[in-house]
Design a protein around this ligand. Sequence first.
Ligand SMILES: Nc1ncnc2c1ncn2[C@@H]1O[C@H](COP(=O)(O)OP(=O)(O)O)[C@@H](O)[C@H]1O
Length: 188
Amino acid sequence: MNREALIAAVKEQMPERRWLHTLGVMETSVMLAERFGGDAEKADLAAILHDYCKYWPVQEQAKIIRENGLPQDLLDYDKELWHSHAGAFIAHSQFGIDDEEVLDAIRYHTSGRENMTLLDKIVCLADYMEPGRDFPGVDNIRELAKTSLEQALIAGFDSTISFLLAKGKRIYPLTVLTRNDLLQQLQS
Ligand SMILES: Nc1ncnc2c1ncn2[C@@H]1O[C@H](COP(=O)(O)OP(=O)(O)O)[C@@H](O)[C@H]1O
């Protein structure tokens, strides 16, 4: 499927405001790839597809996770974590994307993971700081992203973790491991 057809397919899956968010993530991913020496074409593709399943019924997302050997522990945590893994699965099974780097960037764009690739970092950070985002601390993330993917991502994960703590919600541990790993990367 060519890029235009893929974009049309994605647009159909979500309300207008989420499509505008996707456009923002596409633009920001390409900008970050150019800034930090990443692959702009792969960043664009992962960004196009990253929220493909976001508005699917949660039961459908859970079914994809249950029936296809995706990490079962996700089902014990916030439903917002599910669409990323379901999205990577669909990108492969429905759209034939077989570039593991692109699939991983989709898969880990919400939780992060240890040893994030450059592409993982770019797409995850773009999701935090695209121009449509407006939450306390987003301007600081944008400022940090001028020089450091890692520092900007840590600020992003800090804000997610603080949000979850304030709400009394459980934290999917991979995000904590990701943050520790990024701090370690800054030291070495
Ligand atoms: N480690 C985590 N544990 C539990 N929930 C998480 C974790 N990381 C992210 N989330 C949930 O996912 C949300 C962000 O998901 P995301 O795909 O970025 O959604 P959106 O694009 O709507 O902000 C957070 O607000 C939080 O509810």
